[in-house]
Structures are given as C-alpha cells and as structure tokens.
Design a protein around this ligand. Structure first.
Ligand code: PEP
Ligand code: MG
Length: 325
C-alpha cells in the first residue's frame, strides 16, 4: 500500500473536478526538506524552529540559524517556506528557556509570550529569518497569538529589526508575508480583527483542539475527549475561514487534522485549499482529494454543521468515505 501511495507523490494535488489544492509539509529541522520534497510537498507550510533550539545547552546563534534557514529556503525555491518563530513550552522543552516551575505550562510563559519576554532572542531569530528571506520565498509566522495587541507588539519589533538591517545594508524581502497561528479560542473569536493585522492565517488544529476543548493534547487520560469532530471545533474552523475570506487573506491548516483524509475533505469544503502536514500524510490526502468532487463538499458541510455531537459527525464522515471511495 505504501508503494501504491508513492505513485501519488508526483501527481498534481487537485480534486476530481479540478480544484487546486496546495499540500505542504510540516518539518522540525531544515534538513528534513528532502523527505518533504520526496513526498510531493510543494513547499514547507511549517518549520517548527524550536527543534533547532532543543537538545542543546545554548540557543543557536544568528549565523547558525541563518545558515539553516537559507539552505532550506534555497532547496525549496521557488516554493515558499513558512518559518514559525520559537514555540517552546507546553509539550516542547528547551534547556535554559523553558521554565521549570510553572503549574500549568500549556498556559504559561511559552511560545510568542516567551519571545516577547526574551526580546534579545526574538530579535536574533527575526534577523536570521529576514536575512534568509533574501534567498527565496519566506513567510514569517508567529505562534500562539491570543489577541491584537500581541500581533502589534510582534510587528513593532519586526519593523525595528527590519530598520536595523536596512541601516546595515543587509538584504531581505521587504514584502515578506507576515502571518499568525490561529490556535487559541480568543484568536478564533477575534479572527475578523486579527485578519486586518496580518497577511495570512495558519490554523494550528493540534493546539486549537487542546485549548478549545480544554483537553491536554499529551494527557492520555483525557485523550478520548480530544476530538477534531467536536462541533465546537468545526464551528471554530468555519469562523476562521469565513473571517479570512472576508478580509481577503489566505488561511491554511498546519495542524495534523489535515493529514487525516476524512477530515481533509471537511477542511476543503470550508475553503481551506492550503494544508500542511507531516510528510508521510501527504500522499494519502492527495489520493482522496483526487477522487473527490469538491461540489459534494457543500452538502457534507451543511450536514455535519447541523449535528450536535462528535459521534454523529464522525458517523457522517465515515458514511461519506464509504459512499465515495
Ligand atoms: C498546532 O498547534 O496545530 C501546530 C501545528 O503546532 P504545534 O503542533 O507545533 O504546536
Ligand atoms: Mg501549536
């Protein structure tokens, strides 16, 4: 079956009725680019930069980061690379940076909060990303945004760093797209306002499910409650997509929900034509997309959005898969 799936890697990603879909890869280290390309990714939808900081005692220097990002950007060119700033904390531990004494680290001083707290590290990372943007197509992504003020604080520092580079005559992409992860409930409620502040949304369903449903994503005792089919999650995803469309910005998915073919059909029906996932999920999603008529998505979406429980929604999705594939 793996071999059968391999045959899809080189085929275009589109539905049976010709709707183009962009399937990209989530990677943890720049040198995973080859695996992503081999699996047919047309770009890197998420570089989780914190992995460059993990398993070492001091943060990587600006030059170290720049070289890693540059090599990746050049390899993926002309497709884009979305580089997410440091997203430590919660389930990702970085020596010397992760706080040891937080009772509730998933809601603690983590991710963008840590970057805004440790501004010197944030600036170093932004400099490295900006410098790499001169070598290909880079998109900058801020994680775990919970409100407009936070986006503005990030953009202010970004503008300062850009100014600094201009003064030093260091090249970077002046039109670098700047986006945010939508992965907290407050970001969903504010999606219309946030959409005015950025060039794109990237929906992190892994955390969105955790925070919306109040279910620790790494706690096996409550894993049965961690359900992408929960009606609240579907409503949240719809709200985000609608807000992005109304504001004229793009919204993509980079949570692993996109890697489950059944869910990818729902995401597509909501208007998410860009999805990024672990490289090994790409061909199975492409396979189902190529057999799917996007026009059938309207009825499916209407049906599942009218349901009140995850069990009913999961049953609808299974029925759809059985009927069509
Ligand atoms: C997510 O939260 O869905 C996401 C893509 O980021 P991470 O899994 O790294 O938190
Ligand atoms: Mg996340």
């Amino acid at each position: 079956y793996q071999q059968h799936l391999q045959t899809f890697c080189a085929l275009p990603a589109c539905t049976a009725d010709g709707v183009k879909v962009t399937l990209q890869a989530n990677i943890e280290l720049p040198d995973e680019a080859d695996i992503a390309l081999k699996n047919g990714a047309t770009g890197i939808g998420l570089l989780r930069t914190e992995f460059m900081y993990m398993a070492r005692s001091t943060p990587p220097s600006e030059q170290d980061q720049f070289e890693g990002y540059k090599a990746l950007v050049e390899k993926i060119h002309p497709s884009p690379v979305t580089i997410r700033t440091l997203d430590v904390g919660g389930d990702k531990f970085v020596q010397d940076l992760s706080l040891q004494d937080e009772a509730n680290p998933a809601m603690g001083l983590r991710s963008i909060r840590l970057s805004l707290h440790e501004k010197h590290l944030f600036r170093i990372q932004l400099r490295a990303i900006l410098r790499a943007s001169a070598y290909g197509r880079v998109r900058l992504l801020f994680p775990m945004i919970s409100g407009v003020a936070e986006v503005r604080a990030c953009r202010k520092i970004l503008a300062e760093v850009m100014d600094e580079l201009r003064k030093e005559h260091v090249a970077f992409d002046e039109n670098l797209p700047v986006g945010i992860m939508i992965e907290t409930p407050s970001a969903v409620f504010l999606a219309d306002l946030l959409a005015r502040e950025v060039d794109f949304f990237s929906v992190g369903t892994n955390d969105l499910i955790q925070y919306c449903l109040a279910v620790d994503r790494s706690n096996e005792h409550v894993a049965y409650l961690y359900d992408p089919c929960h009606p609240a999650i579907l409503r949240a995803l719809k709200t985000i997509s609608d807000a992005a469309r109304q504001a004229g910005i793009s919204a993509s998915i980079c949570g692993e929900m996109a890697a489950e073919p059944m869910y990818s059909l729902v995401l597509l029906a909501m208007g998410y034509t860009d999805m990024s996932m672990n490289s090994c999920g790409l061909s199975r999603v492409k396979k189902i997309m190529r057999q799917w008529h996007s026009a059938d998505g309207h009825a499916l979406l209407e049906q599942i959005l009218s349901r009140s429980t995850a069990t009913q929604i999961a049953a609808d999705l299974r029925q759809t898969v059985l009927r069509h594939f």
